[in-house]
Design a protein around this ligand. Structure first.
Ligand code: 13P
Length: 239
């Protein structure tokens, strides 16, 4: 099971103190299958990966520029630079960035450049509330996968994170049956893919979510900033 923390635009150097608690907990968690990945803001990738050198927690980034080498792109960071400071993963296609204008084509270029640099990709997809109401979820997800992963065969290096836009930060999660069906449908398009769920995952709803047996892990936003909540989510998943 994957437990991926997406800190979004939160955290300074003092936030790294919270890792100690999670690390300590993991030492006693006798679950080899638990993969813990922290995706902090880019400013914290280096200090975090140094701090976690001896830990089983891995570090990832939240986005990257699509250009494969250095270039005149003020304010941007590419996948080589992320790898260089200790990232092993990168989130690409998060709905917060899609809403800010990232297209499927741009996302596809980013995925390609990340894989080329040796990063694993956490590829996010998800429908809006409007699309869900129009019963277009399946169609929307299929398109995001088809275009975003166009001409990419490196399936073992990609995790798909299904994050319905309407569930992010709202406390809402899909109905059990809907989620089961959606994950099955994603897995039928791309076999062998691991599929994670993200959107308001917290210690209160994790028991319900974990009972959906085709989910391979969780991408956790808000709750991942609090080490107690993050630990609670992992604990309950295995109880
Ligand atoms: P929340 O867990 O805060 O809803 O965020 C989910 C998310 O966007 C993770 O990428």
């Amino acid at each position: 099971m994957y437990f991926i923390a997406n800190w979004k635009m939160f955290g300074g150097l003092n936030s790294l103190n919270s890792l100690h608690k999670v690390n300590k907990f993991l030492k006693f968690l006798k679950k080899k299958s638990a993969k813990i990945i922290y995706c902090p803001p880019s400013t914290l990738i280096r200090p975090m990966s140094k701090k976690l050198k001896k830990s089983k927690i891995e570090v990832g980034a939240q986005n990257c520029h699509e250009h494969e080498s250095y270039g005149a792109f003020t304010g941007s960071i590419n996948s080589i630079m992320l790898k260089n400071v200790g990232a092993k993963y990168v989130i690409i296609g998060h709905s917060e960035n899609r809403q800010a204008g990232e297209t499927d084509k741009l996302i596809n270029l980013k995925v390609k450049s990340a894989l080329k640099s040796g990063l694993k990709v956490i590829f996010c997809i998800g429908e809006t509330l409007k699309q869900k109401r129009k019963k277009r979820t399946k169609q929307v997800l299929n398109k995001q996968i088809k275009l975003g992963l166009n001409k990419i065969n490196n399936h073992k290096k990609i995790l798909i994170a299904y994050e319905p836009v309407w569930s992010i930060g709202t406390g809402l999660i899909p109905k059990r049956n809907e989620l089961l069906q959606t994950i099955t449908s994603i897995k039928s398009i791309k076999r062998n893919f691991k599929v994670l769920y993200g959107g308001s995952v917290n210690p209160k709803n994790i028991n319900e979510l974990k009972s959906i047996n085709n989910i391979d892990g969780f991408l956790i936003g808000g709750a991942s900033q609090d080490p107690n909540k993050f630990i609670d989510i992992i604990k309950k998943t295995y109880n």
